[in-house]
Design a protein around this ligand. Structure first.
Ligand code: NCD
Length: 337
């Protein structure tokens, strides 16, 4: 695809070669993310960061990625502080904000809302999550992480065996990741969820027609026995009609070090899009896994910076100018000690 000026809304818009292009640009962003070098290539550019739903890492990661390329960030968080509470349509907000920004990132609780917004925007829009629908940049950083984790063991994404665990019905990260995996070969997917929270049938169908082997289970321990990646997710409480309804499913699939040691192959990589729900009634990824070197959750968040920098560089067409506008950093860098 031609990335210049493109909206990034859904995994459906990518071919495998596009994903590989994003990953190779992400690799080139590492010296900047590690603060070995600084680039000012996006000096003067403005990112409009519009988050109408709770977010810590996606919002700050988009903002930091833009800053690391030398651009500035303007932010709105929450409906209450935006004109949407005054009845303004998303399209009008888009018409206005695209006059102020060079690119816009947006999260919104309604499925399809970011695409509606993008249809009226004069600048590229990136989907930071639209309801239960999609979270394409998270899926890209997840797959990039999978590639790096497996690559360190001499493996490729083709042939991957992955378990996806938790609220697969509402989890937009697993929706986007499943669609992304459909671009790869010989993928084995184990879907572990309560029956009521199963992955939507159309996404299962898409993976199967792409040649993936999909197995479904509502039991954790025996289903994580033969996988390379155990990808845990949070019960998406905000998508249920009441907290009590979500409570029924909370804490059903808890992974801790004892279960890992007993049931997983050695070196199974543990992933989670985060936030992990660490309250005692949920505790889907126990803190006793924190010393397990195969816990990749904070490598995922670090990789998110690389992927989002790559997307900005591609969409604003500066990939080959990043190094030209760069120099070494001067300050103390604790990452390199
Ligand atoms: C996810 C999301 O918002 O969909 N978080 C994230 O962006 N990393 C997952 C979640 O909230 O459970």
């Amino acid at each position: 695809m031609n990335f210049t000026g493109a909206h990034i809304l859904s995994i459906g818009q990518f071919q495998r070669q596009d994903v590989e292009q994003i990953f190779s640009v992400a690799d080139r962003m590492e010296p900047y993310a590690l603060r070995k070098r600084v680039t000012r290539v996006l000096e003067g550019a403005i990112l409009g960061n519009m988050f109408f739903e709770a977010s810590t890492r996606t919002r700050v990661s988009f903002g930091s990625a833009f800053n690391l390329l030398g651009g500035e960030v303007r932010e709105t968080a929450g409906f209450e502080s935006s004109a949407l509470v005054k009845g303004e349509s998303l399209q009008d907000t888009a018409r206005v904000l695209s006059g102020f920004s060079d690119v816009i990132c947006m999260r919104h609780p309604q499925e399809g809302s970011v695409a509606d917004f993008a249809s009226a925007s004069r600048v590229p829009v990136m989907n930071g999550g639209d309801g239960s629908n999609e979270h394409p940049t998270q899926a890209l950083l997840d797959l990039y992480t999978i590639g790096r984790e497996l690559g360190a063991k001499g493996r490729t994404i083709d042939g991957l065996r992955i378990a996806m665990i938790g609220d697969l019905r509402h989890g937009r990260t697993v929706h986007s990741l499943s669609k992304l995996l459909s671009l790869y070969n010989n993928i084995q997917v184990m879907l572990i969820s309560p029956k009521e929270l199963a992955l939507p049938e159309n996404i299962i169908e898409q993976m199967r027609s792409a040649g993936a082997t999909v197995t479904i289970s509502d039991e954790l321990n025996n289903s994580i026995a033969n996988v390379d990646i155990a990808y845990s997710t949070r019960i998406q409480e905000e998508r249920f009609t009441s907290k009590a309804e979500a409570d029924v499913y909370r804490g059903k699939f808890r992974l801790n070090q004892a279960i890992y040691t007993q049931h997983c192959e050695p070196n199974t990589v543990i992933m989670h899009p985060l936030p992990r729900d660490s309250r005692s009634d949920a505790n889907e990824l126990d803190c006793d896994l924190d010393d397990n070197p195969n816990l990749a959750i904070f490598r995922q968040t670090d990789n998110g910076l690389l992927i989002r920098m790559a997307l900005f560089a591609l969409v604003l067409d500066v990939v080959d100018k990043v190094d030209e506008f760069s120099h070494e950093v001067q300050w103390y860098n604790s990452r390199q000690q």
